[in-house]
Write a protein that binds this ligand. Structure first.
Ligand code: ADP
Length: 447
């Protein structure tokens, strides 16, 4: 097992990783920017190193500074968390070239899944159904039009290097295609430094259902069921739950074992999430995330498996030590992402948290790096806490989440708690009847 792990991240996920390390008896090194010197993740770690000024590109994305921090502190592994450098194959290679273990998959697997076209081709090859669309990037609007004619409108133009819900454009009819193509290309070039686009069939009311996998370095692979992340705004997840209210046990088992077979064929190691759109009983692969995800706690709550701990163990070469039949699913779990944002305009609201009191009680978990007096900096993601509840049934979870959010006191900054309370009071949501566009319809008054 590792002796000391450097955590190349900040916020709640850095705190989460620190907890897993300490429970495994591993010492930790935090890295932080100048503005984060008082941050919780830096305080909780055994050592901390300042790696640069506030802007992420100068600190949390500063590869030489992070490697230097690992060298001077004598760490033996680096955990990238999510976001920042977690899906950067160059970072993973550099970490390994410097003699540290990278707590994640191989750089090759990161590279394949980071390229959305290669990812789709690869998954199709190992028996995973993908969304109908172009075979690779489309070079021109004429090529895009040919694909659209074949698969039928509406279609989605997607940036090959897109991510974070950005770089997608809906085209409903042929007449819109030419102008949408040039705007999408220009936007992708500006946002991702790569203007290449591909075409995908637009599914009108799908659910976003993702399968959590876990693989060791000796060929053992298990799935830990699914998460339903259909509650989205601007293609970004707002609330997640497990299991999905839309799947039955047979569908769960069928997609789970198919994904396990595919992951085993690929020789993948570590944790990973295979994301699908689900409509009319069919699954279509959209992408694979090769890291721990924000919403991993809902899976932990229903399986009792500490995913970050497992991720560290398998990176150190330990065998999983259990099989698929040993995984037991128990009850239901829901996670609400609490952002420091105006709940109506979604404008970020950085500033000082003047009062902070977290909810508690049976089945309630809060993953956060906030404390009273903490200043939410304007430089990073606005998510400041995750409230996760576990219950015997979905209904129990809904009740428990409502009372937990009502207990949660955060003053000084605005938060999205009122939005979550509104969702939890909605009868369609209570019945589990929602799709990826449902929240947008609700917010625009159309649901
Ligand atoms: P990103 O990498 O930017 O997160 P994804 O491909 O994972 O992009 O898609 C994010 C979300 O965008 C999905 O959860 C879904 O809501 C929507 N989406 C993506 N592809 C399609 C599609 N073909 N049809 C309908 N919605 C889609």
């Amino acid at each position: 097992m590792f002796d000391k792990v450097l955590i190349a991240n900040r916020g709640e996920i850095a705190v989460r990783i620190n907890r897993a390390c300490h429970e495994l008896g591993i010492k930790t090194v935090a890295v932080h920017s100048t503005i984060d010197s008082e941050a919780m993740h830096a305080r909780l770690a055994d050592e901390s190193v300042c790696i640069g000024p506030a802007p992420a590109r100068d600190s949390y994305l500063n590869i030489p500074a992070i490697i230097a921090a690992a060298e001077i502190t004598n760490a033996d592994a680096i955990h990238p968390g999510y976001g920042f450098l977690s899906e950067n194959e160059r970072f993973a290679s550099i970490v390994e070239e410097h003699g540290f273990a990278f707590i994640g998959p191989t750089p090759e697997h990161i590279a394949i899944m980071g390229d959305k076209i290669r990812a789709k081709e690869t998954m199709r090859r190992v028996g995973i159904p993908v969304v109908p669309g172009s075979d690779g990037a489309v070079e021109s609007e004429t090529a895009a039009e040919a694909v659209a004619r074949e698969i039928g409108y509406p279609v989605l133009l997607k940036a090959v290097s897109g991510g974070g819900g950005r770089g997608m454009k809906i085209v409903r009819e042929k007449e819109q295609l030419a102008s949408a193509f040039s705007t999408a290309r220009a936007e992708a070039q500006a946002a991702f430094g790569d203007g290449s686009l591909y075409v995908e069939k637009l599914l009108e009311r799908p659910r976003h259902i993702e399968i959590q996998v876990l693989a060791d370095q000796h060929g053992a692979v298990v799935h830990l069921g699914e998460r339903d992340c259909s509650l989205q705004r601007r293609h970004q997840k707002v609330l997640e739950e497990a299991p999905s209210p839309a799947l039955n046990a047979m569908e769960r088992e069928a997609i789970g074992s198919r994904v396990v077979r595919a992951i085993r064929t690929l020789g993948y190691r570590g944790v990973g999430t295979v994301e699908f759109l689900y409509e009319h009983g069919a699954f279509f692969f959209i992408e694979m995330n090769t890291r721990i995800q924000v919403e991993h706690p809902v899976t932990e709550m229903i399986t009792g498996i500490d995913l970050v701990r497992e991720q560290i163990r398998v990176a150190a070469g330990a065998p999983l030590g259990y099989e698929q039949k040993d995984i037991r699913f128990s009850g239901h779990a829901i996670e609400c992402r609490v952002n420091a944002e105006n709940p109506e305009t979604f404008q970020p609201c950085p500033g000082q948290v003047t009062g902070y009191h977290t909810p508690g009680g049976l089945g309630v978990r809060v993953d956060s790096a906030v404390y009273q007096g903490y200043r939410v900096p304007p430089h990073y993601d606005s998510m400041i806490a995750k409230v996760i509840v576990h219950g015997q049934s979905r209904n129990e979870c809904l009740m428990r989440m409502r009372r937990s959010l009502n207990e949660f006191v955060i003053t000084g900054v605005e938060t999205t708690i009122p939005l979550h309370l509104r969702l939890l009071a909605n009868p369609d949501f209570a019945n589990g009847e929602y799709d990826v566009a449902w929240l947008e319809r609700l917010l625009s008054g159309g649901a």
